[in-house]
Design a protein around this ligand. Structure first.
Ligand code: PNS
Length: 166
């Protein structure tokens, strides 16, 4: 039985992430999706509990996928969930440099290897940062995220506009 760990910020999960999990769930017996606190991304939009709930709602159709969150090294989580590999998605060459650096670092400190799954060209432009920005100004993000995420983004920015009326 092969278990893989798919870590990310997922703030929020979008259709490109869902596609990577769908591919991993076909290729491997068990997929653990983990949303991690990223110290390099100081302010998140959704907290870890909200991100996990949105990931669960978006991956409900996949039986061999579980969701967790973690605030430590990804390799420690990999050990804890008995992952054979870490899985990451690659959208474009621009992702490769930093992903390769993280993969090599993680292998050096733990022996856990990372496998890369290429994103479909139809999803390769998707980025949570841009989706947050579009949603903040009431743009249409429904083609880029699962329905539960679109709804959560609308609520999040409706709430913050009520708190900070212009
Ligand atoms: O979705 P992202 O922002 O590309 O995810 C990056 C993430 C969260 C997977 C990465 O920052 C990470 O692994 N953070 C956990 C801390 C850690 O293990 N750092 C060492 C990485 S070599």
């Amino acid at each position: 039985m092969t278990t893989v760990l798919y870590p990310g910020s997922f703030d929020p999960i979008h259709n490109g992430h869902v596609e990577i999990v769908e591919t991993a769930s076909r290729l491997f017996d068990r997929v653990v999706v983990a949303t991690l606190y990223n110290p390099q991304k100081h302010s998140g939009l959704f907290d870890l509990a909200e991100r996990s709930a949105l990931i669960e709602a978006s991956l409900d159709h996949l039986d061999n996928v579980s969701v967790t969150s973690f605030s430590s090294l990804v390799v420690d989580l990999a050990r804890e969930v008995k992952a054979d590999f870490i899985v990451k998605g690659l959208r474009a060459v621009s992702d490769f440099e930093s992903e390769l650096q993280m993969a090599q670092t993680n292998t050096t400190i733990s022996g856990v290897d990372t496998l890369f799954i290429p994103s479909a060209s139809s999803h390769s432009f998707l980025a949570s940062k841009l989706i947050r920005e579009i949603a903040r100004f009431s743009g249409d993000i429904t083609a880029m995220v699962p329905p539960a995420v679109a709804e959560a983004l609308q609520h999040k920015f409706a709430d913050s506009n009520e708190e900070n009326p212009t």
